[in-house]
Design a binder for this molecule. Structure first.
Ligand code: FAD
Ligand code: 2HG
Ligand code: ZN
Length: 466
């Protein structure tokens, strides 16, 4: 790294916050799945928006590219360097202050480096609720979930990360700070600029803070683990639960038997929630303003009725918070229990989920005999994590080398059903070439026009998305 540039960075953020030794930078230069590793010039850890702006100005002056990084839990290689050109990792971890909470406005203003769990807890502390929830919530950061427009398990009721945002503060690629930290529920004064930065994976600027919407804290929640025949039953069961229980249904997750078995094999602490084995499961959660007893009773009665109609095979309703947490731990452990395989994060209209599973399974059987699918995820949003491996680690490693061919097979089915190749994880480095295949030339041109208008020198997270 150029001496003058290094000195200027140290002056901006303090020398201890400019990491250059390989041992220090290594954890920032490899992604969560250990699929992408590349060196950075350095890792810079500013403490506030002004310091971020100064670092961005210095980078613009020296032509150094910036890779914004939050909790580094992203699953598409967006948060790590590409290894092409001079890149600096800009860690937002020290911007971790909650700037304010207003229970009358139902808003919380958080800096980008606040960990999601910290924000959830801060909301609970004032008897409010921040509904974004995902297995990485102990490490992913607000800037990361907003930049990927993360989903998680509560999208069904509350929407994606994008839907939780009222205002943003962003450092633009030239180092100017855009203060859009408004708390307005209604504001039609021209283009809604914050939407540009939500879900654009750090390619337009660095989010430094956000005004987040809070919700009423649910009085009670009830959880059920339900055995079903297959995806078709899941879609019908969701419709039935929503008919009977309305908006109280906040999560509705599909889990295949193979995923459950992977979790049971992963750690001895896990138990199969039901006495017999079943091919598929749904994990559902209800939230309501009333008490637990009545919610539990409504859920149990609805499931008993569904069982009588033959709409489910068996069900276990959690009788305590501890039982509910144990069921959710199974779901949350799936990503690490089936860590190495060819990942897909796909969505279709909810009603097309059965056709999606049928189509992908038969295409896989034809093209990759012996392939084993780990199917799970947010079926209530039409979003499945469709991860494909083989019976043993060696064969899976070989399959991973053919991941482009596997992707082709999966994405052709997705595309025939009018679906998306990235429901929630984003594009990053992983799906960049696929994006070009699945978007029309008009859409790609619009995206590139936006990119060159906002970041004409291409210094914001290059090699990601477009
Ligand atoms: P990072 O990984 O650090 O970054 C992600 C992207 O955002 C990168 O492109 C990065 O450059 C950019 N970025 C980060 N911070 C900023 C910023 N302040 N300004 C501009 N750009 C920035 N995702 C889901 O949607 N739903 C899930 O259910 C889900 N579950 C997960 C479970 C596990 C176990 C793991 C490991 C990941 C999961 N994810 C899920 C993936 C996921 O995208 C996130 O965990 C989260 O959104 C990333 O946050 P992060 O702070 O780790 O971001
Ligand atoms: C989840 O829903 C995440 O758990 C991770 O989005 C999905 O590991 C995966 O494929
Ligand atoms: Zn997910």
């Amino acid at each position: 790294m150029h001496r003058e540039f290094a000195d200027a960075l140290a002056a901006a953020v303090g020398a201890p916050n400019v990491l250059t030794a390989a041992d220090d930078t290594a954890p920032y230069c490899i992604d969560w799945r250990r699929q992408y590793r590349a060196a950075a010039e350095c890792v810079v850890r500013p403490a506030n928006a002004e310091q971020v702006a100064e670092v961005v100005r210095l980078c613009a002056r020296s032509g150094v590219a910036i890779v914004p990084q939050g909790g580094n839990t992203g699953l598409c290689g967006g948060s790590v360097p590409t290894g092409r050109g001079n890149e600096l990792v800009l860690s937002l971890a020290r911007l971790n202050r909650i700037r304010g909470i207003d229970p009358l406005d139902d808003t919380l203003t958080a800096e980008a480096g606040c960990v999601l769990a910290q924000v959830q807890q801060a909301a609970l502390d004032v008897d409010r609720y921040f509904p974004v929830s995902l297995a990485a919530e102990g490490s992913c950061q607000i800037g990361g979930i907003l930049s990927t427009n993360a989903g998680g398990v509560n999208v069904l009721r509350y929407g994606n990360a994008r839907d939780q945002v009222l205002g943003l503060e962003v450092v633009l690629p030239d180092g100017r700070i855009w203060n859009g930290l408004r708390s307005l529920r209604k504001d039609n004064t021209g283009y809604d600029l914050k939407q540009l930065f939500l879900g654009s994976e750090g390619t337009f600027g660095v989010i430094t803070a956000a005004v987040l919407r809070l919700r009423p804290r649910p009085g009670a929640s009830a959880t059920a683990w339900i055995a079903i025949d297959g995806p078709e039953s899941a879609v019908r069961l969701l419709a039935r639960l929503r008919e009977r229980l309305g908006e109280t249904v906040s999560a509705f997750e599909l889990i295949s038997r193979r995923c459950l078995e992977a979790v049971l094999a992963h750690a001895t602490a896990f138990r199969d929630p039901l006495p017999a084995s079943h091919p598929w499961y749904v994990l559902t959660e209800l939230e309501d303003s009333g008490g637990f007893e009545s919610l539990y009773a409504r859920l149990e009665a609805t499931l008993a009725d569904c069982a009588e109609r033959g709409e489910l095979r068996n069900a276990a309703v959690a009788a305590s918070q501890a039982q509910s947490e144990a069921l959710w731990r199974i779901r949350e452990t799936i990503p690490e229990a089936q860590f190495a395989n060819v990942k897909h994060d796909i969505s279709v209209a909810v009603s097309r989920i059965p056709a999606l599973v049928e189509g992908v399974e038969s295409a896989l059987a034809a093209h990759f005999p012996g392939a084993q699918s780990y199917i799970f995820g947010h079926v209530g949003d039409g979003n499945l994590h469709y991860n494909i491996g083989m019976a043993d680690a060696g064969a899976t490693a070989t399959l991973m080398k053919r991941s482009e061919e596997v992707n082709r097979v999966v994405y052709d089915v997705v595309s025939a059903l009018g679906g998306s190749i990235s429901a929630e994880h984003g594009i990053g480095q992983l799906k960049r070439s696929e994006l070009v295949r699945c978007k029309s030339p008009v859409e790609m041109e619009l995206m590139r026009t936006l990119k060159s208008a906002l970041d004409p020198r291409g210094l914001m997270n290059p090699g990601k998305v477009v």
